[in-house]
Design a binder for this molecule. Sequence first.
Ligand code: CO
Length: 168
Amino acid sequence: MQIIQWPHPFLSEVCNEVDNFNSELHQILDDMLKVLKATKGIGLAANQVSVLFRIFIMTPKLEDGSLGDVIEFINPEIIEASSEKAGLNEGCLSAPNIYAPVQERSEQVTVRAKDRNGNEFTQTFTGINAVCVQHEIDHLDGIFFFSKLNRQNRRQAQRAWESERRKS
Ligand code: CO
């Protein structure tokens, strides 16, 4: 399992709902956590590792800056979003080292999802964790964060990413 980079076509795919909460799903989730833990990121969407299902994982940032236990989201949906905006820089493991703010991100979101056994849960996140949830659900809808930047930031991010790619 490897992280694909922008503009890989899988990053523009709308991912499929998960119907089977079986051992295959559990293996995908376990593998995704290994991949995420090898990075400095806090969130990973399944299509970033070429799995075209509505799955993402997050190791939330805690108050003290450390990372909490992984949370697994299957078929996630945002059911409430604050009108207050977060205004934080965000980055993506599919375009490492590029950071820019998406203006429309809510400061607080409540998400409903299923866990790996198919049990529904609802949880509220704030700040960078809320931004992460919105960013990852965008991935599952085939939306890359560059496309949500304002024109100036988008141009800057795309240029920086092109030069970053040339380095590797
Ligand atoms: Co991303």
